[in-house]
Design a protein around this ligand. Structure first.
Ligand code: SF4
Ligand code: SF3
Length: 561
C-alpha cells in the first residue's frame, strides 16, 4: 500500500500541478485513493448501464447512485474514508446486478451471454472490503495509472470527468426536490464510458467536452425549475449580517430542502437559523424567507469557517461542499448531510420515504450552546435571479440605451483562500461607476460587502444566487440579446471574469463555452488538468484567457476584450 496520491481536480492543487502527498484541501491520501477507485467502478457501472439500456435494462436507482457518488468526490464535499468504502461496496453490488441482468437479457435476445465479462472496471471484485485490499487496487486505477497515456487525451478525459462531477452535484439537488431528467443521468454514463474508450481522438473528446457543457446547462435549468418550483422565484432581498439574541444553527452548502426542513423543525423552538457561504441566496426565496427565525447570513465564504464557526457558538450543518478541516474547538458541533461527510462528525441519515430528515440532534444541541457572537451588523442584497432581473428589464434596458450602464461584468464562480484572489476585490473596486457586476456562486464574497452604489436605483452588484444560479446569468444575457436584437451574445456589452475553484465551476465554464461565449477570463490560475495543447485549443476557439493585472484587465474589458 502506498501513501502517495494524485489529484489535480481543483484550483488549489499543489504547485498548480497536482497534490501528491496530501491534498491542499486536507484530503488524506487514503481518501483520494478510495475516490479514484470509486470513480473507476462508476465507469464499470456505466459499461453495463450503457449496454443494458439498449436492451431495455435500466436500473434507475443505480443511475442516480452514479451521480451521487461522483458528487461525493468533488472538492471539499466528503473526507470520510469509511463512507467511501461503503460507496465502493454499493457500486460493486449495483454493477453486478446490472451486469447479470444485462447478460441474461442479451442471452434471451441473441442466444449468447454477450457482451462477455467486460474490462477490469466492469468486472473486478475484491477479495474483501478490507480498506487495505481496496487501497492496493486503487494504486492502479487513478488519473496517472497509465503513465504512457497521451497527455492531451488524459486532459480531455479529466475535463469531461470534472464537468460530470459538477453535473452530478446539480442533478442530485434537482432530484432531491423531485425534478427528474433521466437523460442527464444516461448522458453521465455515456460520458464516463467515453473516458475509457481508447479509440476516441482528441478532436472527438473535445466535441464531448462541449456536449458536457450543453448537458450542464440543461442540468442547471432543471435545478432552477426545482428550486423555483419548490420555493418560488427569488426576490431582491436585504439579508441581515448580524445576530439576534438566542441560540442558533448555522447552515452551509447548497441543499435547499435540508434548510427548508430545518426551518420547519426549528419554528417555535426559540432556536434561530443562519446561513453561511453558499446558503446566503436562500434568503431570497419567498417560501424560505417567510420564517421569522430565519435571521440572516453569518460570516463569509467557505474558507473563513475556521474562524467563523468557532465564534458562531452553535451547531453547524454542512449540506454539501465546502468543508474545511475543523478545529477541535468546534468539531463536535459539525453535522453533515447528503453526500457530505467528515470523519468523526455525525451524519444526519437520509430521509425515509414520506418523512423529513431528523434535525432534532442539532436543535437540542443549539439550546445548550453559546449564542452567536456578532461579526458585523450591516445587510446586503441578494435575489437577482432571472425573474427578478426580467421584472426590472425596462429600467436596465433604458439605462443601457442612455449610456448610464456601459458594461456588465460577469464575475461569478467560486471563492478560495489564495491571496491572489484579492484580484477580484480589486477588479470590483476598479470597475468604472457605469458598470454592473453580475454574480453567482461564492466568488461574490470577494466584493459583495463593498458599497459600490447603484445606477438609476439598480444595485451595481446583482447577485443571482448560488453557483448553479449561473444559469440565471445566462438567461439574463439571452434576454439582453433579445432586447437589443443582437444575434450573437458575444456582441453584447458583457465581459466575463470568472473565478473557479472546484468542479461545479468547471461545468459552469463548459456551459458558457457550449453557448459559444468567448473572451472569458479565468482565474486565479488556469486548471492544472488542461494540457498545453488543450489550453491552446480553448484559446484559439474561444479566446479563453487567464486573468492578468487588475488595471489591464479592467481596461481591456471596458474595450470589449
Ligand atoms: Fe488537491 Fe484540490 Fe484534489 Fe484537494 S481536491 S487533493 S486540493 S487537487
Ligand atoms: Fe463555493 Fe465551495 Fe464553488 Fe457553489 S462553496 S461555489 S467553492
Amino acid at each position: 500500500m502506498s501513501d502517495t496520491m494524485f489529484c489535480f481536480q481543483c484550483q488549489e492543487t499543489s504547485k498548480n500541478t497536482g497534490c501528491t502527498v496530501r491534498g491542499v484541501c486536507g484530503k488524506a491520501p487514503e481518501v483520494a485513493q478510495l475516490q479514484d477507485l470509486l470513480v473507476y467502478l462508476l465507469k464499470g457501472i456505466s459499461f453495463w448501464g450503457t449496454r443494458g439500456r439498449g436492451m431495455g435494462v435500466v436500473h434507475k436507482d443505480t443511475d442516480l447512485f452514479v451521480a451521487q457518488s461522483l458528487f461525493a468526490t468533488i472538492t471539499n464535499a466528503n473526507f470520510d474514508a469509511d463512507r467511501f468504502v461503503e460507496l465502493i461496496k454499493e457500486a460493486i453490488e449495483r454493477r453486478e446486478a446490472l451486469r447479470e441482468e444485462a447478460q441474461e437479457t442479451c442471452k434471451e435476445l441473441h442466444g449468447n451471454p454477450c457482451p462477455g465479462g467486460g474490462p477490469d472496471w466492469a468486472s473486478w471484485n475484491p477479495e474483501s472490503y478490507d480498506v487495505d485490499t481496496l487501497l492496493e487496487k486503487a494504486q492502479h486505477v487513478g488519473v496517472m495509472a497509465d503513465p504512457n497515456l497521451d497527455e492531451d487525451i488524459r486532459s480531455l478525459r479529466e475535463l469531461i470527468t470534472y464537468g460530470l462531477k459538477g453535473i452530478a452535484a446539480y442533478v442530485d439537488h434537482a432530484y432531491i426536490l423531485g425534478e427528474k431528467d433521466p437523460e442527464i443521468l444516461e448522458f453521465m454514463q455515456d460520458m464516463l464510458e467515453a473516458t475509457t474508450n481508447s479509440k476516441l481522438t482528441a478532436n472527438e473528446l473535445t466535441g464531448l467536452v462541449l456536449q458536457t457543457g450543453t448537458m450542464g446547462l440543461r442540468t442547471m435549468a432543471l435545478l432552477d425549475k426545482a428550486n423555483t418550483g419548490a420555493y418560488g422565484n427569488p426576490e431582491p432581498t436585504e439579508v441581515f449580517l448580524g445576530v439576534r439574541p438566542g441560540p442558533g444553527i448555522l447552515v452551509s452548502g447548497h441543499d435547499l430542502l435540508d434548510l427548508d426542513e430545518l426551518l420547519q423543525q426549528t419554528e417555535g423552538t426559540g432556536v434561530n437559523v443562519y446561513t453561511h457561504g453558499e446558503m446566503l441566496p436562500s434568503h431570497a426565496y419567498p417560501k424560505l424567507k417567510k420564517y421569522d427565525h430565519f435571521v440572516g447570513n453569518y460570516g463569509g465564504s467557505w474558507w473563513k469557517q475556521r474562524e467563523e464557526f468557532e465564534s458562531f457558538g452553535g451547531p453547524i450543518l454542512m449540506t454539501t461542499n465546502c468543508i474545511v478541516r475543523p478545529k477541535d474547538s468546534y468539531k463536535d458541533r459539525i453535522f453533515t448531510s447528503g453526500m457530505a461527510g467528515y470523519p468523526g462528525c455525525p451524519h444526519i441519515p437520509n430521509r425515509e420515504p414520506g418523512k423529513q430528515k431528523d434535525f432534532s440532534a442539532l436543535i437540542e444541541m443549539a439550546k445548550g450552546c453559546d449564542e452567536p457572537q456578532q461579526l458585523e451588523d450591516k445587510s446586503i442584497i441578494t435575489g437577482f435571479a432571472h425573474e427578478a432581473v426580467m421584472q426590472n428589464a425596462g429600467a436596465v434596458i433604458e439605462a443601457v440605451n442612455t449610456g448610464a450602464i456601459k458594461r456588465f461584468v460577469v464575475m461569478g464562480g467560486c471563492d478560495g483562500r489564495q491571496k491572489t484572489r484579492e484580484y477580484y476585490t480589486e477588479v470590483a473596486e476598479a470597475l468604472p461607476d457605469d458598470t454592473i457586476i453580475l454574480t453567482a456562486g461564492c466568488a461574490k464574497y470577494r466584493y459583495n460587502k463593498l458599497d459600490l452604489g447603484t445606477i438609476n436605483g439598480i444595485p451595481r452588484i446583482l447577485d443571482a444566487g448560488q453557483c448553479n444560479d449561473s444559469y440565471s446569468l445566462i438567461r439574463t444575457a439571452q434576454a439582453l440579446a433579445e432586447a437589443f436584437e443582437v444575434e450573437d451574445v458575444n456582441d453584447l456589452p458583457i465581459s466575463y471574469d470568472i473565478a473557479w475553484y472546484e468542479q461545479k465551476a468547471v461545468i459552469v465554464l463548459l456551459a458558457l463555452l457550449s453557448l459559444g461565449i468567448k473572451k472569458i477570463r479565468l482565474g486565479p490560475t488556469l486548471p492544472a488538468f488542461l494540457s498545453p495543447n488543450v489550453t491552446s485549443v480553448l484559446v484559439k476557439n474561444f479566446d479563453l484567457k487567464p486573468n492578468g493585472g487588475v488595471e489591464e484587465d479592467v481596461a481591456a474589458m471596458m474595450m470589449g476584450n
